[in-house]
Design a protein around this ligand. Structure first.
Ligand code: SAJ
Length: 414
């Protein structure tokens, strides 16, 4: 299959780096986003995301003429869908919301031609790739045929449709896009093979082909695995507090065992992946996913636990100043999605337990909170709460922390 032009639907944390990488490989790439400001920013060679080296890559991709952003897709050889898959609340349960996937699919429907390759990169509940195929079947019977009846089976497809879940770690996206192994799930054998040939042109990692449902489940399992392991570390931190032990030391020593590798406790689990994706497993198998749900509950409880700790310390002061370091969901990024730090800061703000100061070096400003400099926070606070282990905070002179109450949720001053 001869591939020249690629449309990337969604220019977020996955879509934008992917679009840039493909542009630098010589493909003509059109990146699509529903946000006009994002489209303009990218066409000016700028970025709306903090990610190491992404700014340089966007600039060179745009300058080369191979990357353009637009609100509307055009005909292409490959369509990559990299839009968000949030959850919504339904009868008090968190269920996947496929609204953006549906919208992106509907947008490309009239543009599709024979032999187009459609790739879903968004993390999705099991069955979503087939759901896309069904939407296409309903609107483009000239390109795709299904068997009659309820059972889904493609009898003939002039399109190749595959799921290739993204696996990159925010903070290391550009490296991991190239080096990570990939799992590709086709709706049929040819779809998997054609998608693999395409990924081989820009991925150094190994590529494994399977069916689309297995690939979807595989991605959900990866993030649930991490969620469950972090929840163990978070639970240990609460137990060690009760026993008066240093959890960081306990974990460090336990990890000296050749088969033990406990992760790090923190203020909770944030980001748009690990805090969200396990719910896609829970919603499809609610009675059987007890451990997956419990891990979510343990991790979701941690911000409240930290807030209670701050509140207790604040009671010692007449009019305490509480300085919070970090708002992002993890180190050295500006992503606030599902951030436990934001939840904790909101609780402090709403409770009036003291004056709140916040430093987030990766943000110029926040719409919700007033931000202070690191010097202001260190100079004025009685209580310092370390919420994100940003590189700037490791450089803090420890002398400045003497005589302050320290709540270090990340263990950088252990
Ligand atoms: N965290 C801890 N303790 C740890 C590790 C992480 O508290 O020991 C917290 C972080 O502070 C953060 C959250 O967990 O709040 C998630 O951070 P992360 O670095 O573990 O992962 P993400 O969400 O940035 O990216 C994950 C990755 N998945 C896995 O490692 C299995 C990435 O490879 C995925 O591509 C990404 O989700 C995604 O997009 O799904």
């Amino acid at each position: 299959m001869n591939i020249n032009k690629i449309c990337v639907m969604g220019l977020g944390y996955i879509g934008l780096p992917t679009a840039c990488l493909l542009a630098t490989k010589g493909y003509k790439v059109l990146g699509i986003d529903i946000n006009e400001t994002i489209v303009k920013t990218i066409n000016n060679g700028n970025v709306h995301i903090v990610e190491p080296d992404l700014d340089i890559l966007v600039k060179s991709a745009v300058n080369s003429g191979n990357l353009k952003a637009s609100l509307e897709p055009e005909e292409a050889d490959v369509f990559i869908i990299a839009v968000p898959t949030p959850f919504k609340i339904h009868n008090e349960n968190k269920i996947p919301d496929l609204i953006y996937i549906k919208a992106a699919t509907n947008k490309i429907v009239p543009l599709l031609k024979r032999e187009n390759l459609i790739i879903l990169e968004s993390t999705s509940p099991v069955g979503t790739t087939e759901y896309i195929a069904k939407i296409l079947y309903e609107k483009r019977k000239d390109l795709i045929r299904l068997t009659r009846g309820n059972r889904f089976a493609i009898t003939e497809s002039k399109l190749y449709i595959s799921h290739c879940p993204e696996r990159v770690l925010p903070g290391k996206i550009l490296k991991e896009l190239i080096d990570n192994n990939r799992v590709i799930g086709g709706i049929n054998k040819e779809s998997g093979q054609i998608a693999r040939d395409f990924y081989k042109t820009f991925v150094n990692g190994e590529i494994f082909i399977t069916d689309s449902k297995t690939a979807e489940m595989c991605k959900l399992v990866e993030n649930s695995y991490r969620d469950i392991n972090i929840s163990f570390a978070n639970e240990l931190s609460i137990i060690c507090d009760e026993l008066g032990l240093n959890v960081w030391k306990v974990i460090e020593l336990a990890n000296k065992h050749p088969r033990v590798n406990i992760l790090q406790p923190g203020p909770g689990v944030g980001g748009h992946c690990i805090a969200v994706d396990p719910w896609f497993i829970i919603s499809s198998s609610p009675n059987s996913s007890r451990l997956v749900r419990l891990a979510r509950e343990v991790n979701d409880y941690k911000p409240l636990y930290i807030f209670e700790k701050i509140k207790k310390k604040a009671e010692r002061f007449k009019s305490p100043v509480i300085g919070c370091l970090g708002l992002a969901y993890k180190n050295d990024i500006n992503d606030l999605r599902e951030s436990p730090a934001v939840k904790i800061v909101r609780m402090i703000k709403d409770s009036n337990i003291g004056k709140l100061l916040i430093c987030e070096p990766n943000l110029d400003r926040s719409n919700e909170f007033e931000l202070s400099t690191l010097d202001e926070v260190l100079g004025q606070s009685d209580i310092i709460v370390l919420l994100a282990n940003h590189r700037e905070f490791y450089k803090i002179d420890k002398e400045l922390l003497i005589e302050k109450v320290i709540i270090d949720t990340r263990g950088i001053w252990k």
